[in-house]
Design a protein around this ligand. Structure first.
Ligand SMILES: [Mn+2]
Length: 356
């Protein structure tokens, strides 16, 4: 078993990859990758509560009936703060849904640092579906799916200590969400290490852990900056009326960019992972399921990769204002799905091959 192996505690990223369970990805396959759900005890300290209804609904009414494979990419149960038995008692409907995917051979579960202790629960119901990492083989290419804490040297060494601090110090003091607020420099290092590793191995890595969505190695801030540059390229060739439109677009993008910096300062201090002239599209991050504004996920459908966002229209109206966002509604609810980014896997791997 992988957890009997000492390397699991202090692996390098090659070890993580070598221990991965390999699956073939067929062009027709549908996969959804969700991470950082942080299921708790249903109380005030439970970060999952905010999006509980939304999370349940998207599995029940969207991903399950539409035949998606469900890959849970780590930090699903919040074992640093709560006991597994309390978590299972608090969210039976969620475990029931996981069970349905499992019975249909459509569930895979990857270990994160907050649910690492699952390996010590002999009777855990999804024990046979737990992996340190997965490799999806798409034609001759590899998509590696792992939580990402393996690239954080501190957590690998002191996960036990982090567990202790969270359960016995921070939780009694009612300090919420402490692990996600660890500083942006450390997050940046984790992303940077995995980015460099992926480029060296010419693979795609899909992680979670930092709770910051990434698509083709771009964060939201990177993407906005890129879009502004693209608008300027069009500007000089545009006629008068077109110029007006472009100016308006640039203004809107700039406002959004400023908003990003204001709202989530600590996350964006180091916005760009890369100093290179060209960014290699090798790193993806599904974000998390406990976001204030909703749930982000990575999907793979018909050989295309997507970053999607799920939200409750009762809480956020943001995507209704923008024309470019296609919205899909779950009938009978106020829950919507919007596609933030999409790309052909073939294009992603061609870029990686030619640019690394
Ligand atoms: Mn984590």
């Amino acid at each position: 078993m992988f957890w009997k192996n000492n390397n699991f505690l202090m692996p390098n990223l090659d070890d993580v990859l070598n221990q991965a369970h390999t699956l073939k990805l067929h062009p027709r396959d549908r996969v959804v990758i969700l991470s950082d759900v942080h299921l708790g005890n249903g109380g005030k300290m439970d970060d999952f509560r905010t999006n509980a209804d939304l999370f349940e609904e998207i599995l029940k009414s969207f991903y399950f009936p539409l035949d998606y494979k469900l890959i849970l990419n780590g930090d699903i149960e919040e074992l640093h703060k709560f006991r597994l038995s309390d978590i299972e008692k608090s969210w039976p409907q969620i475990f029931e849904l996981f069970e349905q995917f499992s019975l249909d051979n459509r569930l895979l579960k990857i270990i994160g640092n907050h649910d690492y202790n699952l390996v010590n629960h002999e009777d855990y119901r999804f024990r046979h579906l737990l992996f340190p990492a997965l490799k999806l083989r798409f034609q001759d290419n590899i998509l590696a799916i792992f939580h990402g804490h393996q690239a954080s040297h501190f957590l690998e060494k002191y996960n036990g200590l982090a567990h202790y601090l969270l359960r016995y110090i921070f939780k009694p003091l009612r300090i919420k969400n402490i692990s996600t607020a660890y500083d942006s420099q450390k997050q940046y290092k984790v992303e940077r290490r995995i980015y460099e590793f992926s480029n060296k191995r010419k693979i795609v890595s899909i992680i979670g852990h930092t709770h910051r969505p990434l698509f083709q190695s771009f964060s939201k801030v990177d993407s906005l900056k890129f879009q502004i540059n693209e608008q300027f390229k069009k500007y000089s060739k545009a006629d008068k009326s077109k110029k007006k439109k472009i100016e308006k677009k640039i203004k809107n993008l700039k406002t959004e960019l400023e908003h990003c910096f204001k709202k989530r300062r600590w996350k964006n201090l180091r916005s760009s992972l890369y100093n290179e002239a060209i960014t290699i599209p090798s790193l993806f991050n599904s974000g998390c399921a406990i976001g204030k504004r909703g749930i982000t996920a990575v999907e793979i459908v018909n050989a295309k990769i997507y970053l999607v966002h799920w939200f409750d229209a009762k809480k956020s109206q943001k995507y209704f204002k923008k024309k470019k966002h296609q919205l899909e509604k779950i009938n009978g609810t106020s829950f919507y799905r919007t596609i933030l980014k999409k790309e052909y896997l073939d294009t992603v791997f061609t870029r990686i091959r030619l640019l690394t």
